[in-house]
Design a protein around this ligand. Sequence first.
Ligand SMILES: Nc1ncnc2c1ncn2[C@@H]1O[C@H](COP(=O)(O)OP(=O)(O)OP(=O)(O)O)[C@@H](O)[C@H]1O
Ligand SMILES: [Mg+2]
Length: 224
Amino acid sequence: MIRIEHISMDYPIGDSVCHALQDVSITIPDGQFISIVGRSGSGKSTLLQIASGLAVPTQGKVYYQDTCISDFSKPLLAEHRSKTIGFIFHSFYLEPEYDVYTNIEIPLMIAGVPKAERAAKINAQLERFDIKEKANVKAKKLSGGERQRVCIARALINEPSVIFADEPCGNLDGENAENVMNILGQLTKEGKTVVLVTHDMEAAVRTQRIVRLQNGRLISDEML
Ligand SMILES: Nc1ncnc2c1ncn2[C@@H]1O[C@H](COP(=O)(O)OP(=O)(O)OP(=O)(O)O)[C@@H](O)[C@H]1O
Ligand SMILES: [Mg+2]
């Protein structure tokens, strides 16, 4: 379970302040498929960054089960993300000069997984996402859909219990977008929690719950 409690986030802009989030609270049970929707600038990505421990809120706390990650040091937060969380961003950065295999291998190396074990895990992901024949191709030479599949494979390689996806279908054509939504749905069936940020209501209605942000405030929270 993830508990987001009374989160506010202020960004200083010159002499003024942008209130990107104001007193937002959400509890997400394990295994839920939840979408966060709202117009551009409503605070969706900021909320995702705070929920995942990539950013520290101005006010409020984030708990995973009963552990408050808002009090973690930077190294502890990095360890928490490495062990617990997978990130899928539409513009998520692959190392362009590294091949597909190496891109997927990096999180395993960071987590200290031995080489033989890494190979088995990577090959399983390459199979699952139908990118095996591209294993030795540099990331910069992939199509948009292939790149996306590599990003998802990399996000899942450490078997995270929580996936945060920020507009994961952003750059994709209909068929590839459909594939991504199917994969996310499948992950929740495997018991993983999936938090989807989107402004596409067609995608949002395929999840179990829609939380809507407006000007940094939570204005509705609806179970489907
Ligand atoms: N690093 C930053 N410094 C200053 N202001 C920021 C920063 N990041 C976000 N903001 C501001 O906070 C508000 C919320 O931004 P956020 O990126 O969370 O919106 P969003 O809902 O994800 O929008 P989009 O749909 O366009 O991605 C915006 O007004 C934005 O300009
Ligand atoms: Mg955003």
